[in-house]
Write a protein that binds this ligand. Structure first.
Ligand code: ADP
Length: 269
């Protein structure tokens, strides 16, 4: 009888998230409220404060980090370190970016629903060469769903930040999101709510604030739900433009920078 060769010793795989100090999830009740824009600008703000920052773009329905940071053409490479295979993230201005968008063309996004997307995301989370960050921001898909549950099931998320516009409908969706993080067995602390597109000030009327989507809806909800209010951000044209041309607005717009800095100060404290 032939004796079976002993199996080679299997080296225990370590998640590349192991050295990360804070993992924060950015969520929203619904799409289009500026969740990805906030993630990108917050990342730049934290970087400017001296922290090492990475972003995991987990928005499988509309990955937007490649465009927001102007790294759309990036093709992730695999590299071997200490006998483990890692995925090299895109890197711009010191911010490491892993996006599901690097693996698919926008037209193919639909087939990524379900288990396939979740598997790919887990791999990105655990195998990207993060090299120990101060902050990893995870841009979640809008609403609540499988991706959220799989992310919080895979790593310890230290806090969730919820982005909303002031509209009543968005606020109702936010409540659902907050309840998901607070659910038993999930237990992710909700760090607070950011109200985006809170008002508009036309250049020729610098002292006027127009509350186009209603006034203070998210701020009021934060109070009634016992959640911290992290700050509000007005509608600013360069915020939208920054998302289109690959330079988040905080890098070029002093007023926007000020709003984000106030928010970031509350997050890091
Ligand atoms: P989400 O990730 O919630 O789907 P996005 O971040 O993609 O939303 O933002 C939706 C659109 O709104 C984008 O075109 C973005 O540039 C724009 N936008 C977001 N926040 C602001 C803001 N404060 N001022 C102006 N435009 C904004």
């Amino acid at each position: 009888e032939k004796e079976e060769a002993p199996a080679p010793p299997v080296k225990e795989k370590v998640s590349s998230t192991a050295g990360i100090r804070h993992i924060l999830a950015i969520a929203s009740g619904k799409g289009g409220v500026g969740k990805s824009t906030v993630t990108a600008n917050l990342a730049v703000t934290l970087r400017d404060m001296g922290y090492s920052v990475g972003i995991l773009d987990a928005d499988i329905y509309g990955p937007s980090m490649p465009k927001m940071f102007g790294v759309e053409g990036y093709t992730p490479q695999a590299i071997l370190r200490d006998e483990q295979e890692y995925i090299l993230p895109a890197e711009t201005g010191g911010i490491k970016i892993a996006s599901i968008g690097f693996f698919i063309s926008p037209d193919d996004a639909l087939i990524w629903r379900g288990p396939m997307a979740t598997t790919a995301l887990k791999q990105l989370l655990h195998q990207t060469l993060w090299e120990g960050l101060d902050y990893l921001l995870i841009d979640l898909p809008p609403g609540t769903g499988d991706v959220h549950l799989s992310v919080v099931g895979e790593v310890k998320v230290n806090g969730a930040i919820v982005v909303s516009t002031p509209q009543q409908v968005a606020v109702a969706d936010v409540r659902r999101g907050v309840n998901m993080f607070r659910a038993e067995g999930i237990d992710v602390p909700v760090l607070g709510i950011i109200e985006n597109m809170a008002w508009f000030t036309p250049a020729e009327l610098p002292n006027n604030r127009y509350y186009l989507f209603g006034k203070g809806g998210a701020r009021n909800m934060a109070r009634t739900e016992g959640i911290d209010f992290l700050g509000d951000i007005p509608i600013v044209q360069s915020v939208m433009e920054g998302g289109e041309n690959g330079t988040p607005a905080v890098s070029i717009h002093p007023e926007v920078k000020k709003y984000y800095r106030e928010i970031a100060d509350k997050i890091v404290e």
